[in-house]
Design a protein around this ligand. Structure first.
Ligand SMILES: Nc1ncnc2c1ncn2[C@@H]1O[C@H](COP(=O)(O)OP(=O)(O)OP(=O)(O)O)[C@@H](O)[C@H]1O
Ligand SMILES: [Zn+2]
Ligand SMILES: [Zn+2]
Length: 804
C-alpha cells in the first residue's frame, strides 16, 4: 500500500480480434490490492464492454490517468492457479494458439458460462463482518452487476483473508436431464438472405445467422451456440421468435460410472511388474521428473503396475493423474481405478453435465479427490502436488487435439511432470514410434513387460489371404477358416470378438483380386479418392489422375471403393450362423451415452456369443472367455495417404489380437487381408513390436518422415478457393525465404476434404531437422495473413497426426 495507482494487464476475449497482447486498464481505487492475475474482469473495449483475464498487475508511478478503468471484477479468486497459468503461456507458444484460447481450453465449461454464484462465510469470519456482509442469511448471491462496489471490494478482502468462499449453483446435477438446443429452421440460402438484410442494423443477429449457416443437422446446445457465435441468449431467443432457428431439448446424460464398484486389493506382482513399480517408485521418492515407457505385451498386467504406482504416490501424500484415450470407450479401466481407490477418484469426461464436471473439478482443486482419471483435457486437472502422471495407450491419436490449441496431452503431461518433479509413465503394447525412439535414445526409461500374466501365451495368429477366399467362393467378408473357427467357439460356449476396420474405408481404391492400391508415382503414398472431382489425388505433391476402372496391376474389374457397414456384415453373419447371438458395437449402436458400457456388460455376462464392432472394441477389453478374435479387413487403413498408416495398422491388429486368450483358455486370431505380404500384417502376426519398430524406423528414415524429421502443417482456409490458394502460395514464398534449404516443403496442396463448412482448405507441410528461424517465420505468417485478408484463417499444427 504505497498509494501508487495499480494497472492491470488484461487479455480481452474478443473472438474476431485475437491477440496475445494484453491491454492496460486502471484498477479503480476500491479494488486496489484486491485484483490478482487469473481473475476474470470486464473492461470497456471500443464501444462495448467485454470480458477478459487479468494476466498481470503493475504498480506504475508514471500512471498518466489516461487509462480506462476496469468495469467490473467477476471473480473473488483467480480461476486458474499459478501452475496452470504458466502452462497456458507455454501452451500458447508451443502450439501457435492464442493465450486466451489456451486459457479457455483449460477451464471447466461451467466457468466459461455464466452461472449463479454464491458467497459463503467460512469459520474464520468475525461476528462483525458476518453482521455486515451476511446480515440475514448464511450466503448471498454473487452477482457483480447488482453488488455495490464497496461491498464487492469488501468481499474481495474477506476472500483473500480466507473468510469467505465462492460456491456455484449446480442445480442440474441430479434432476435436469435435458438442455435447450438450437437447430437452423431455414435453408442456408434463406439464412444468407436474411443475414444481408439485418447486417447493418443488427450485427449480433447477423453474427448468429452466419453461424446458423455453418451448422449441420445435429442440434447444438444453446449455451454452446451462444459461445461459438459470440451472441447472448437474448439474440438466440429473438432468432427463435423470428423463425430462423428452432429450439429442442437435447438429452444430457448423467455419470454412467456412479454405481458403486466392489473394492479390489493389490495383486502380488510378478518380477517384471515389480521391477517397473520399483523404478517408478524410486523416481517418486527422489522427487525427480523421469519419463518411463512401460512397454508391455497385451495382457501383461500394465494396469496393475499403474494402480500400484498410484498407491505409492498417495502413500507419499501426493496426487495422481491417469489419462485414458477415450473415457466412454474404456469403462473397464475407469472401474478398475475406482475399485482400487474408491471415493478419492474423480472422473473427468464429456458425459458429465457441466455441473458435475465442475463438481469434480472443484473436488480436485480442493484436494478432496487425489486420483484423477480422464481423457485428453483431464491433463489440465487442477491437482496439487502431483506425484505421478500415467498415460495409458500412449500411442492413441485421440491424445492430440485437432483444433486450437493443437496440443498433445503427452507433451502437457511431461511439462507438468517437470513442474511437479514427478515421473510420467507412458504405457502401451505398441508405443508410438516417437516415444519408442526417445526411449532408444535414453531420453525415456524403458520398462518392458514381455510376458503375459501367469505366463499365458500370446494368442496364435493366422493370416487369411482374402484374394484366395474371394476367388474360391466369392465372399470378401468371411473366409471359410474364420467361419469354422467361430463355429467351434459356439460349440464350446466360448466367445468371439470380430472387428470390422472402418478407418479409411471409402477414401481409397483397392483391387480385390490382387490387393493392389493405387499410389502416387512421386511420393510412394496412396492416392485419395475424390468423388467431387472424380479423380485420385496425392495429398503430398498434388499429383492427380483419373479413377481407374480396371486394376492397373492385374486388369481385374473388382475394384472396391466403398466398404460394407457393420450392419450389413451383421446380417450376413447371422445368415451364416443362425444360432449365434451377436452384439453389434459401432457408432450407431453406442450413440446413447452408457450404451457402450451396457453392451460390454451384456457380453461379459455371456448374453451374447459374438461381439462384432469397429475399432472401438480393440481397446482394453479384458474378458476371460474370449478365445477367438477375427479381423474382417485388416488392410483398409493401409491405403490411407498417411505416413503413419503402417504404424496404425500394426497397432490396431496387435491391440485387437490381444483380446484373445487372456485367461486359462488359449486364444486364436484370424486376420483377413488382401495384403498378406505387407510387413505391418506379417509382424502383427508374430506380435513382434520390437521388429516392427526397427522396420518402420527404416521406412521413416528413407522417406524423411517423423521421428527423423519434425513436421509442421500450415493450413489456409477461406470461403473463396482462390483466396485460400493464393494465401498458401504466398506463405510458401515466405517459408522458402525464411528457412534454410535443408527444410523440405511439401505443397501447397488442397486438403483431403478440400471444402468443409463452406470453406476451402489449402495446406503445406514443412519437414525439418533444425530450423532455428521457424518459430519466428511462422509467427510472422500468422500475423501477416490475418491482416491481409478478411475471413482468411491460418492454422499452424505442430506435429500433425497425418498429412491428409
Ligand atoms: N500380478 C498379477 N497376478 C495375477 N493376475 C494379474 C496380475 N497382474 C495383472 N493380472 C490380471 O491379468 C489380466 C491382464 O492384465 P491387464 O489388463 O492389466 O493387462 P494390460 O497389460 O493392461 O493389458 P492390455 O494392454 O491388453 O489391455 C487382468 O485380468 C489382471 O487382473
Ligand atoms: Zn505425390
Ligand atoms: Zn489387381
Amino acid at each position: 500500500m504505497n498509494g501508487m495507482a495499480q494497472i492491470a494487464q488484461v487479455l480481452v476475449d474478443v473472438p474476431t480480434m485475437q491477440t496475445n497482447e494484453p491491454y492496460s486498464y486502471a484498477i479503480p481505487e476500491q479494488f486496489q490490492d484486491q485484483v490478482e492475475p487469473g481473475m476474470r474482469v470486464t473492461v470497456p473495449f471500443g464501444h462495448r464492454v467485454v470480458s477478459g483475464f487479468v494476466v498481470g498487475i503493475s504498480n506504475q508511478s508514471q500512471y498518466d490517468g489516461q487509462l480506462k478503468p476496469i468495469a467490473a471484477v467477476l471473480d473473488l479468486a483467480p480461476v486458474l492457479n499459478a501452475e496452470l497459468w504458466q502452462l497456458a503461456d507455454w501452451l500458447a507458444t508451443t502450439t501457435y494458439a492464442f493465450r486466451i484460447t489456451c486459457i479457455q481450453t483449460m477451464l471447466p465449461n461451467l466457468l466459461k458460462a455464466s452461472v449463479e454464484r454464491f458467497v459463503q462465510p467460512t469459520d474464520k469470519i468475525s461476528a462483525a463482518e458476518r453482521a455486515q456482509y451476511f446480515p440475514d442469511s448464511s450466503s448471498r448471491a454473487f452477482d457483480v452487476s447488482k453488488l455495490p462496489d464497496e461491498t464487492l471490494a469488501g468481499l474481495l478482502k474477506l476472500r483473500r483473508a480466507g473468510k469467505v468462499t465462492v460456491t456455484y449453483d449446480v442445480q442440474d446435477k441430479a434432476t435436469v436431464k435435458t438442455t435447450p438446443a438450437i437447430l437452423p429452421a431455414l435453408p442456408t440460402v434463406k439464412l444468407q438472405e436474411i443475414q444481408a438484410t439485418v447486417a447493418k442494423r443488427a450485427p449480433k443477429q447477423a453474427q448468429l445467422l452466419a453461424y446458423l449457416q455453418t451448422m449441420g443437422t445435429t442440434p447444438v446446445a444453446q449455451a454452446q451456440v451462444g459461445r461459438d457465435a459470440g451472441v447472448s441468449a437474448e439474440v438466440i431467443r429473438t432468432a427463435v421468435a423470428k423463425g430462423w432457428a428452432t429450439k429442442q431439448a437435447l438429452e444430457v446424460y448423467r455419470d454412467p460410472f456412479q454405481q458403486p464398484v466392489p473394492p479390489t486389493h493389490p495383486l502380488t506382482l510378478n518380477a517384471e511388474q515389480q521391477t517397473a513399480v520399483d523404478a517408478i517408485d524410486a523416481a517418486m521418492v527422489e522427487h525427480r521428473q523421469q519419463t518411463f515407457l512401460v512397454e508391455g505385451v497385451t495382457g501383461s498386467g500394465k494396469t496393475e503396475v499403474y494402480l500400484q504406482s498410484i498407491a505409492k504416490a498417495l502413500a507419499l501424500g501426493r496426487t495422481a493423474l491417469m489419462l485414458v484415450p477415450e473415457i466412454a470407450l474404456t469403462p473397464q479401466m475407469t472401474n478398475r481405478v475406482k475399485s482400487r481407490f474408491g471415493h478419492q477418484v474423480a472422473v473427468l469426461h464429456s458425459g458429465l453435465s457441466k455441473g458435475e464436471q465442475y463438481d469434480e473439478w472443484r473436488r480436485i482443486d480442493r484436494g478432496e479427490a487425489t486420483v484423477v482419471v480422464g481423457a485428453r483435457s483431464a491433463v489440465f486437472a487442477p491437482l496439487h502436488d502431483i506425484g505421478i502422471i500415467i498415460m495409458d495407450e500412449e500411442h492413441e491419436t485421440s491424445y492430440k487435439q485437432d483444433e486450437n490449441p493443437r496440443y498433445h496431452a503427452r507433451d502437457v503431461a511431461i511439462w507438468r511432470g517437470k513442474f511437479h518433479q514427478a515421473p510420467v509413465v507412458l504405457g502401451s503394447a505398441t508405443p508410438s514410434l516417437e516415444t519408442r525412439a526417445r526411449a532408444a535414445k535414453g531420453l525415456y526409461t524403458r520398462l518392458a513387460l514381455a510376458h503375459r500374466v501367469n505366463d499365458h501365451p500370446l494368442p496364435t495368429v493366422h493370416i487369411v489371404d482374402m484374394r484366395e477366399a474371394l476367388k474360391e467362393n466369392g465372399d470378401g467378408d468371411f473366409s471359410p477358416e474364420l467361419l469354422e473357427a467361430i463355429q467351434t467357439r459356439l460349440d464350446r460356449q466360448e466367445q468371439v470378438v470380430l472387428m470390422l476396420n472402418r478407418r479409411g474405408y471409402s477414401s481409397f481404391m483397392m483391387c480385390r483380386d490382387c490387393g493392389f492400391v493405387l499410389k502416387c508415382p512421386n511420393c510412394d503414398i496412396s492416392l485419395t479418392l475424390h468423388m467431387d472431382t472424380h479423380s485420385m489425388k496425392c495429398h503430398y505433391c498434388g499429383h492427380e489422375e483419373p479413377i481407374p476402372r480396371i486394376c492397373p496391376n492385374c486388369q481385374s474389374r473388382k475394384i472396391r471403393y466403398y466398404g460394407t457397414g457393420t450392419q450389413k456384415v451383421e446380417k450376413a453373419l447371422q445368415a451364416k450362423l443362425p444360432a449365434a447371438r451377436i452384439l453389434r458395437m459401432d457408432v450407431d449402436s453406442t450413440r446413447r451415452k452408457g450404451a457402450h458400457e451396457r453392451l460390454l456388460k451384456q457380453f461379459g455376462q455371456h448374453q451374447a456369443d459374438i461381439l462384432l464392432g469397429t475399432q472401438m472394441i480393440a481397446k482394453g477389453l479384458d474378458f476371460p472367455n474370449v478365445t477367438l478374435v477375427g479381423v474382417l479387413n485388416a488392410d483398409t487403413a493401409l491405403g490411407l495417404p498417411d505416413f503413419r498408416a503402417s504404424e496404425r495398422t500394426f497397432q490396431l491388429l496387435t491391440q485387437v489380437s490381444g483380446r484373445a486368450g487372456r485367461a486359462e483358455k488359449p486364444g486364436e486370431v484370424f486376420i483377413q487381408t488382401f495384403n498378406p505380404e505387407h510387413y505391418a500384417i506379417q509382424l502383427a502376426q508374430s506380435q513382434d513390436y520390437e521388429r516392427f519398430f526397427v522396420t518402420e524406423m527404416h521406412m521413416r528414415h528413407q522417406g524423411n518422415y517423423p521421428p527423423y524429421y519434425y513436421a509442421v502443417q500450415v493450413t489456409a482456409s477461406h470461403e473463396e478457393e482462390p483466396v485460400a490458394a493464393k494465401a498458401m502460395y504466398q506463405i510458401v514464398d515466405v517459408l522458402r525465404q525464411g528457412l534454410s534449404d535443408q527444410a523440405i516443403i511439401l505443397g501447397p496442396t488442397p486438403k483431403a476434404i478440400a471444402r468443409v463448412k463452406r470453406k476451402y482448405y489449402y495446406q503445406v507441410v514443412i519437414k525439418y531437422k533444425h530450423e532455428p528461424r521457424l518459430k519466428a517465420v511462422l509467427e510472422q505468417i500468422r500475423q501477416g495473413a490475418q491482416k491481409a485478408q478478411r475471413g482468411l484463417t491460418i492454422t499452424i499444427d505442430p506435429e500433425p497426426m497425418n498429412f491428409m
